[in-house]
Design a protein around this ligand. Sequence first.
Ligand code: NI
Length: 138
Amino acid sequence: MTAYFGRRYMVSASHRLHSDQLSAEENRRAYGKCNNPHGHGHNYVIEVLVAGPVVAETGMVVDMASLDGIVKETVLNRFDHANLNMDALFVNRVPTTENLCREIFTLLEDRMPAGRLHTVRIEETENNFFECRRAEKE
Ligand code: NI
């Protein structure tokens, strides 16, 4: 049986949605007020879902302290109170929350045993959320 452990983290960050591959008009149409040159901020809620067996000795899926350490080093220290557009990951990539979710998934996956990271979910506003997970055959 597979069990799942989820934990939520908060990141406050700013971004501006603008693609160099679109014209000024296309950018305004695609992103609306999110294309405003001055950017804007979000309090992102990032949920990390880890899958695995319940380890007999501990009764746990994952050691929460080590997960917190990985998320702190990889995600919180990097993105909290940051301008996402200034991050190397978003030099050539629009910092939409879809892309942020993908990048956070990859950053965390690289630090965890294979197959353990199940889903990264980000709430951008109370009405918007995004999820990333590996497809079965990817
Ligand atoms: Ni936004």
